[in-house]
Structures are given as C-alpha cells and as structure tokens.
Design a protein around this ligand. Structure first.
Ligand code: PMP
Length: 411
C-alpha cells in the first residue's frame, strides 16, 4: 500500500525537517506537528517586511504589523468556521485558553453548590483548571466515565448534567486514546439545562473540519503548534453571550480603554483579553499553516488519517502481546494509536523504537485520571498526520517486532 493509496500526495518534501532526515519516522504529531516551509517562510517574511509593535504606532510600519495580526485572526477564524473573527482570542495555546475561561468566566459564574462536568478522557489542561475552580468556589466537580470501547458514556452524561450544572467541558478528540467525541450530542445535553459547553479542540482542529458556528459549542480552544503552526500561539473562540460575560484574565497594555488613578475601563474584545504585546509572529505563522491545511483539504486529511489508522490497527493487532486501547471503529477515532506491548515498559518500547529512528510518545499523555481508570501507568502512543505514510507504519511494526524478539531472546 503506497502513500497514494490514501488519496494524498506525498507531502514530506514540504517539511524541511523531514526532507533533511529521510530516515526519520515522526509519529508524535499529537504532541507537536512538524512545520511546512510555507510557515517558516511566513515568519521570515513578517520580520523582513512588517515587524513593529501593532496597535501602538501612528506610522505605516506599525499599521502593517496590526494588519498582519488581525489578518491572521480573520484567516484562522474562517478556517475554524467562525464568522465573527473578533470572538477569536489569541492565547499561547489550549492550556492558556482553558485557564482564561476558568478564571475570566468561571470565577464570575460558577458558585458554591453549582456543578462542573468533565469527562474521563480529558487532558490535564482541560481537567485541572476546572477541578481547581470547583475547589476554589465550592462547586461539585464530576467526571463522566467511558464505555468499554473508550467512548464518553452519553447516558451517564445525561444523568450527570443536572439543573445546577454550569459547565460541561470535554475534548473534541482524545490525545490519549484517539476517541472522537459526539460534540453535537454533548452540546445538546449541556444546553438542555442552560449549561455552557466548552470543547478542547487541541486534537480536533488539526485533523477535522471544526465548523465552529454550526457546531453549537460556546467556546472552542486550539493550539497552533499541533496544526503545523509555531509554538506559543493558539486561542479560543467564544460565542458572544459568554464572551460578554467574561472578565479580563490579565491586566496591562492594550486591554484597557481608560485608566484612572482609582479604576480602569476595558477595551472591547478581543483586545480586552489580550493584554500586552501580542505574538504577531505566531499568529502570522498559524495563518500560513491553516492556508496550507486548507490547500491540502481537511476532508482529504481525514481520509488519509482514517486509512493510515485502519492500516496501523490491522498490522499492530498481529503483533504478539500487543494490546490496543481506544475505540475499535476507526470511524470514531483519529490518527492516534495507543498500546502496550506485553511486559515491556512503554518507555523501553519508545527507546527501542528511537534506535530505529522512530519517534513515538510513551507515558501518561497528561491524562493521569484516564490512565488510572485503564489500570495503566503508561502506554505507547503513535500519532499520524499529513506527512505520514503507510511506510512509516511498516517501519513502526517491523521495529516493534524486532523489540519483541529481542525482549524474548533476553528474557
Ligand atoms: N488538550 C489536549 C487534548 C492536548 O492534547 C493538549 C496537548 N497535548 C492540550 C490540551 C494542551 O495543549 P498545549 O500544551 O498546546 O497548551
């Protein structure tokens, strides 16, 4: 099965790091993606043609930086399916976006006796901020468990989302198991009692067409570095009624309207939530990344990842003692395969794969509550993206088979 069989042309030459290292098998895109040349070029072009502090200067170059920054916001909002670009707040990534919401919205609207519902699948970034908010205000923090197949148990969700629930926070796609959640159904459950529905899209936006306006969630967060963009840029789109009810998260330049000796009034969104000099470079780089993704086509990317995941699951299942986690149906999972290999510790598996130039992640994947429920301290995780091919899967499988043989020979 060649790359062409997934319907996507070989994109590896577009990625300088991969092109320079033909033997490298990069299977850790759920942690961070590689960057195409167009993104690196956009960063350079910004600094060579438009660099200045935006918003502040009356001179033309500052205007160019301002235009670059807000042009990027417009492009990213469009890519994510949000018509109202001013509701896209830039942050350093998903982690900062969740903290912004937990502080800016949560502290004002979640009170003693209220309930916050999350799921067992959550990354710590979409778990700890809500857990700590609940502890701080005296709210209940409830966790919706999973079915045997690694899906959120929607019947339990319906029972957990009671009239006192203020927020339902859930991931679009699990970074640990690859599960794709039924976002619309969870939104329906949350909205039926008037709770806010927040979706952590760190693993969704890079791989699936988000269509924010049609999706129904009240807020959707994402990380640029997982979707071919630079590190240090990401954001959250917040529906107007929630946005209007949010308090500033950080204070300083740009986010103010008037500062008096004793009090301050706030600028309008998005500025109200973007204190200080913004990451213009990051925004410009991420805009180039989403243009590239659009050029490839999100539907083509999804089809490619489904084909790779199906191929990988079939090959991996044939390895002795390999145990795969997550949904069995590739239609409800993304390009993430999480597994253990007999008694070999996942960290040892990862080290053995590294000898063959294969980069995978081993550990708890920032999802300790999930790992505890699975009775695992760690798993090995291989994750696929646009530049991967079936030959990467073949390399992974061959290397795992060698690891098993070596382990048995040494045992
Ligand atoms: N949520 C999920 C599902 C993730 O996979 C990650 C990154 N591993 C995060 C949140 C946090 O993203 P970041 O580190 O970019 O803030």
């Amino acid at each position: 099965m060649a790359v062409a069989d997934t319907g996507l042309r070989d994109l590896r030459p577009d990625f300088p790091l991969l092109a320079a290292n033909p033997g490298l098998v990069y299977l850790d895109s759920a942690a961070t993606s590689q960057k195409p040349r167009v993104v690196l070029d956009a960063l350079r072009a910004y600094y060579e043609t438009a660099n200045a502090n935006p918003h502040r200067g009356a001179y033309k170059l500052s205007g160019a930086a301002t235009d670059a920054y807000h042009g990027a916001r417009q492009a990213i909002a469009e890519f994510l399916g949000a018509r109202d670009a001013e509701t896209l707040l830039f942050t350093r990534g998903t982690t900062e976006a969740v903290n912004l919401l937990a502080t800016g919205w949560g502290q004002a609207h979640v009170h003693r006796g209220d309930r916050i519902v999350v799921t067992r699948l959550e990354h710590h970034a979409n778990f700890v901020p809500w857990q700590q908010l609940a502890r701080a205000v005296g709210a209940e923090f409830r966790i919706c468990e999973l079915t045997k197949d690694g899906q959120v148990d929607l019947d339990q969700m319906r029972a957990l989302v009671t009239a006192n629930t203020k927020l339902v926070a859930f991931g679009h796609v699990s970074n640990a198991l690859g599960t794709i959640n039924d976002v619309r159904e969870i939104v329906k459950i949350a909205h039926a009692i008037g709770a806010v529905a927040f979706c952590d899209g760190a693993q969704g936006a890079p791989h699936l067409r988000v269509g924010f306006d049609a999706l129904g969630v009240d807020a959707y967060a994402f990380s640029g570095h997982k979707m071919l963009g630079p590190m240090g840029i990401g954001g959250v789109i917040v529906r107007r009624p929630v946005l209007e009810a949010m308090h500033p998260y950080q204070f300083g330049g740009d986010m103010i309207e008037f500062v008096f000796d004793g009090d301050t009034t706030w600028n309008v969104p998005p500025h109200k939530f973007e204190a200080g000099t913004p990451n213009v470079e990051g925004a410009v780089g991420l805009a180039a990344a989403v243009r590239y993704l659009d050029g490839v086509g999100m539907e083509a990317i999804r089809a490619h990842e489904v084909a790779l995941t199906r191929y990988a699951m079939k090959q991996l299942a044939e390895i002795e003692d390999l145990h795969l986690f997550g949904p069995t149906d590739v239609g409800t999972r993304s390009g993430v395969v999480s597994f253990t290999l007999g008694d070999i510790h996942p960290h040892d598996v990862s080290t053995m794969l590294d000898v063959d130039g294969i980069c995978v992640r081993a550990g708890h994947h920032c999802a300790q509550p999930l790992m505890r429920a699975l009775h695992q301290s760690a798993t090995v995780r291989a994750s696929f993206y646009v530049y991967n091919s079936t030959s990467d899967v073949d390399a992974l499988v061959a290397s795992l088979q060698r690891a098993v043989a070596r382990f048995h020979a040494g045992a």
